[in-house]
Write a protein that binds this ligand. Structure first.
Ligand code: NAD
Length: 350
């Protein structure tokens, strides 16, 4: 069996659906990882994968990640993901309608949403053929500000662990990526009195605001990793905590929005070995999915969503505290906690 096929068994996926619709030009994979806790939620990613194996590998990993994220957020939801093998230039309404038909065949076990290279406008096309879509622009809307709020709560929990107070006045934070989440987060941090150092690739207008209005210091990406600070906040790409960056970090903790920040589990251990606290990404960035999930279960209410998202403070506090007393990296504790909810197994850390 290929490594990728092995993952289907190892990750225990409930169902993996390969979809081919020649007329619409759709080549897609829907991976339903687990629905023990309830209907699965996970975005629809569109990407010009090099081949079927690459797409399958990605969708298997991402769907399991959604099970962990949703479980850690305390949601009554499972995890799934869809990938469409195409470039953004190949997007058509027919492509998304055909994707919706595939989602519909799962009969409500999978709710899709926007993701990398897909937009709420694309999801409006998906809605022509299935009702199982969340993050609708007319209901919960752009998840980014809610994600940023959750990360802000998580950062305060980390500051509390570092300094014995969650007051952010004078706390030095180095933030990477002034995009949808990073810009909103930087604003909140500025208002809370943090001392900001920032890097970004695009979004020059956001950088101007950060520097001129919030007194942030602009640095290059290279410099950001070496910035002496209390908290490094990756809000751009995945795998930024790796064998090149970790030895050079001059922070006391890492807490940011980006997905899949650790290159692998050993990097979680490497952070611990250097005495750097880590807020597991799939816990601290759960605000967006908490926001979208409300559409499935109840009438959307922003105030209730924000109350639930504020709970990220307690979850992060608990994880770093347990990591401190057991010596087990935070990411492992978070995963075991999520899996204990999914599979009803005991959690060694509870
Ligand atoms: P975005 O595309 O709006 O912003 C990303 C920003 O990162 C851009 O400003 C880009 O210029 C910058 N960037 C890219 N590479 C960089 C680099 N090497 N150095 C510095 N800056 C760099 O994306 P977003 O929606 O803000 O999401 C940010 C991260 O958070 C992503 O990893 C995403 O998967 C994750 N996330 C987002 C949400 C959400 O609600 N949007 C939810 C959960 C997780």
């Amino acid at each position: 069996m290929s490594t990728t096929l092995n993952l289907i068994s190892e990750y225990q996926h409930e169902k993996v659906l390969f979809v081919n619709n020649e007329k619409a030009g759709l080549h897609a994979i829907l991976a339903l990882h687990n629905t023990n806790l309830g209907p699965a939620i996970g975005g629809c990613r569109l990407y010009p994968y090099a081949g079927l194996d690459a797409a399958l590998f990605d969708v298997l990993r991402l769907s399991r990640g959604m099970s962990h994220k949703n479980a850690a957020a305390g949601l009554p939801c499972g995890g799934a993901k869809g990938v469409i093998i195409a470039s953004p230039a190949q997007k058509t309404p027919a492509l998304f309608e055909a994707f919706g038909e595939a989602v519909e065949t799962l009969g409500g076990k999978y709710y899709t949403a926007e993701d990398v290279n897909t937009t709420t406008e694309d999801m409006n096309q998906v809605l022509h053929t299935t009702q199982y879509v969340v993050g609708r622009d007319t209901v919960s809307g752009d998840p980014s500000p809610v994600t940023a709020y959750g990360v802000f709560c998580g950062i305060r929990a980390i500051a509390n662990r570092l300094n014995g107070t969650d007051d952010l006045h004078g706390v030095k934070i180095a933030l990477q990526g002034l995009g949808h989440v990073g810009f909103d987060l930087a604003h909140r941090l500025y208002e809370a009195g943090a001392d900001l150092t920032v890097s970004t690739h695009s979004n020059r207008a956001n950088m101007e605001v950060a520097v001129k209005e919030w007194g942030a210091k602009e640095v290059t990406d290279e410099e950001l990793y070496r910035t002496e600070c209390d908290i490094l906040s990756p809000c751009a790409l995945g795998a930024t905590l790796n064998y090149d960056t970790i030895p050079n970090l001059k922070c006391r903790a890492v807490a940011g929005a980006a997905n899949n920040q650790l290159l692998d589990d050993e990097c979680g251990q490497a952070l611990r070995d250097r005495g750097i606290l880590y807020a597991p990404d799939f816990v601290i960035n759960g605000g967006g999915v908490i926001n979208a999930a409300q559409e499935v279960f109840t009438t959307y209410n922003r105030e209730n969503v924000l109350k639930q998202v504020a709970g990220i403070y307690d979850t992060i506090s608990w994880i770093v505290e347990r990591s401190g007393t057991t010596g087990v990296p935070e990411g492992i504790i978070a995963r075991e906690f999520a899996e204990s909810r999914i599979y009803g197994t005991p959690c060694r850390f509870r």
